[in-house]
Design a protein around this ligand. Sequence first.
Ligand SMILES: NC(=O)c1ccc[n+]([C@@H]2O[C@H](COP(=O)([O-])OP(=O)(O)OC[C@H]3O[C@@H](n4cnc5c(N)ncnc54)[C@H](O)[C@@H]3O)[C@@H](O)[C@H]2O)c1
Length: 324
Amino acid sequence: MTPDGVKDRIGSPPGRVLLTGGAGFIGSSVARALLADGWDVVVLDKLTYAGRRAHLDGLPLELVVGDVCDAPLVERLTRGCAAVIHAAAESHVARSLDDPAPFLRTNIEGTRVVLEAAAAAGVPHAVHLSTDEVFGSAPGALAFDVDHALRPGNFYAASKAAAEMMVHAVAHTRGYRATVVRCTNNYGPRQHDEKAIPLWIAAARRGADLPIHGTGEAIRDWLHVDDFAAGLLAILRRGAPGDVHHFTGGNSLANRQVAERIAQLCGGGRLVHVADRPGQDMRYALQDDATREALGWAPRVPFDQGLAETVAWYRDRDPLARAQ
Ligand SMILES: NC(=O)c1ccc[n+]([C@@H]2O[C@H](COP(=O)([O-])OP(=O)(O)OC[C@H]3O[C@@H](n4cnc5c(N)ncnc54)[C@H](O)[C@@H]3O)[C@@H](O)[C@H]2O)c1
């Protein structure tokens, strides 16, 4: 225990962690953070279109290619783990509008399987990654606290809200309390090109149009993925199983403003308004004061710096740019 009575793992060996979805955007940053913290990392990832083996190249971890809905596999992998971080998901809202089925399977059933396996194996700490989208649009200046009712506005968000209900059901029936983490929009390296920031960077670098849904006034908060990964480590160190945590970057911006900054940073591209996404949520907002206080966490990466570094990362990984 620390002097302020907070449980702290510092000094004891971290042990083995099962990280689902570790070949994806957030997972591949979390894998790096866990390794730097001394954890023995096992990644379970199906390598869907969104996951890439290359995201984990050169990292000293075990990658198991498989499905979070495969109960015997997940049960085998959770045995002996000190922690589970469940980041595997179908994550793209636009795809959920075209074909919700994989979202319902992976995000809901996959979460049930992972948490039931963690319960059966007696894993001390399981952390489920949820999203600010489970609340739906935040009216006025409201920022949702952890206990606010969930009112998801699209099929991705609904599947994530249902996944949270699985966390509750596992707690209620198996007596196993997992931690739920809701974060705002992450940005940084290794995000799939279909997501807004990489999409706008790619367009701006070509001097092409940057497509903006509707008016471009929909507001999102932006959190650097390394800050989020640091928050997850803080949970493993100091969090109590069963807590709900919110993480924000404190960078609430209209989509149009983010696209404009990217065009400036890339020295090209023009914003072009396209049809709005059906069921667009106009504003997401979370309160994260309690998490900051409980975990001693705060985001460190200023948005302008993080965005410039992200643009540079996409430029540097482009073989054409390197050859120039
Ligand atoms: N990216 C964000 O801004 C953001 C914001 C809030 C919450 N989240 C949540 O964080 C988590 C990670 O998001 P991300 O942006 O890294 O997503 P991502 O799409 O980049 O990565 C998801 C990973 O999960 C894997 N996967 C998909 N289905 C699987 C299955 N059935 N079995 C095993 N692996 C499977 C994919 O191969 C991929 O590697 C998700 O739960 C997402 O809902 C993300």
